[in-house]
Design a protein around this ligand. Sequence first.
Ligand code: SAT
Ligand code: MN
Length: 589
Amino acid sequence: MTEVKNQIVLDWVKEMAELTKPDEVVWIDGSKEQLEAIKNVSLATGEMIELNQEKLPGCLYYRTNPKDVARDEKRTVICTRRKEDAGPTNNWVDPKEMYEKMGKLFDGAMKGRTMYAIPFSMGVPGTEFAKLGIELTDSIYVVLSMAIMTRVGAEVIERLNAGEDFTRCLHSKATINEQEKYIAHFPEDNTIWSINSAYGGNVLLGKKCLALRIGSYLGKQEGWMAEHMLILKIENKEGEAKYVCGAFPSACGKTNLAMLTPPDYFKEKGYKISTVGDDISWLRIGEDGRLYAVNPENGFFGVAPGTNEKSNPNALRTTHKGTIFTNVARNLDDNTVWWEKLDKNPPENGEDWLGRPWNGKTSEEKGAHPNSRFTAPAENCPTIADEFFTGEGVPISAIIFGGRRAKSEPLVYQAKSWDHGVFIGSAMASETTAAANGQVGVVRHDPMAMLPFCGYNMAEYFQHWIDMGKKMTNPPQIFHVNWFRTDENDEFMWPGFGDNLRVILWMLNRCEGSVGAVETPLGYEPKAEDLDVHGLDISPETLEKLLRVDAEAWKSEINGIQEFYDKFEWLPKEITDCFERLKKEINEI
Ligand code: SAT
Ligand code: MN
């Protein structure tokens, strides 16, 4: 393997090994042979289970500790020297204090184990967007997952040897003691320490920790943006391509939107959808004054339950080889996997996510954990876009914000300007999901879907959005959507999934200025006739209800926004101006 020669890297690894005291240190080069050998070690210890290799070649099954099944926001901290630099929405601890506290926990944590050193790149190495990291871990699950989710290989080592900077990521599963679990970020040192967890979001440190928390901090310093956004490519029959980004909180359908299947009517019209990314976007301003995005990841860490032939056939195909399934149910008859809503045929001879015998036909209990996941290589995805592989940015026409909102939010509206769009993003809220520990289904403010992922003061982050807008001569249009509005009987009013393309096409028409709109206090809404509902069984009344601005609901919404804003000592004037205007206009309805 290519040898690591960078003395800064070697010194840091040595120092971390002296602290954690593993039996040995093994460098990961990303080769098939090495990963195969390491996988075999995990099969022998029972950490991973091999699935049916005919039906699911290269696929593995992994189960976490039952108390370690989601991101833990309470134990996620931002350690900046000044508390105000972490801001009112992050947990903050002084870096010195945190290093000391965690240093004690890491002391000897890898005794009797192997430390794996994983050099990885977020983004295609060598491109303008790419950033390097090294994760040190005592978990084979992490090694195998990082090999899927990031780019690992000789090229990364060569770049390190050439002196490129890297994020220092240290992880130990230690004893999975939830009282001593911490996911700590030291943005000023480009360092991440995570201990006592073995669940993806807390331990695959390239993902939320580097690509969003540290990434957002670096973006602020260096003049770019790290966002919790999918990237979708839409081509018409002339082959003209447009790209949109979408920010939705975890488990609100980003993967489904990123891989959507157009309704037949649109397929016949020649529309084609491809996937650039499903979770994270890194965005930079191009020379032409437009905003360009890449997906810095190399795989998908998607929610399994609800993924099926109808909701997301492309995701399903993506998981048929080389995938790690976590906390789903198993079918013991043919050694495959199952999760709620996969199909109508749950295993009778199964095992639930806790490893208990489970009969899916008779049991009242769920077989898979609601936040069970697949970790799958992006290259498996039938709709993966060519641009994913080059790592060159794609020009973004529209940014979509959205969340789960049963009542107040209309199906779609367009911001009146970039600054107004930043206000909309800053004020967005969503019902919580199982992706993070805590109560599910309560409305919480989650600006730009970044509340758990912004690595610095969110007021500064809003200011960064405003500043980026000023630097763009041709910024994307900003929209807000809600696929989840329900009627009096709590039934969804909008079919969602592939039919969301109808809303996206309206947005693209707006970007081109080819359709009009109705101005409301929230923004520009479609005229009902401009939403192409051909082939959709939806009544004009339902459509009207989906688009209606409910003034009463918005009065309480405004109180919620105010309450959220009150956390901040200051907010950009552009945002407070938009808020004042909204309050006034809602009261006038
Ligand atoms: O657990 S992850 O943070 O990686 C996925 C998510 O919650 O979005
Ligand atoms: Mn996510």
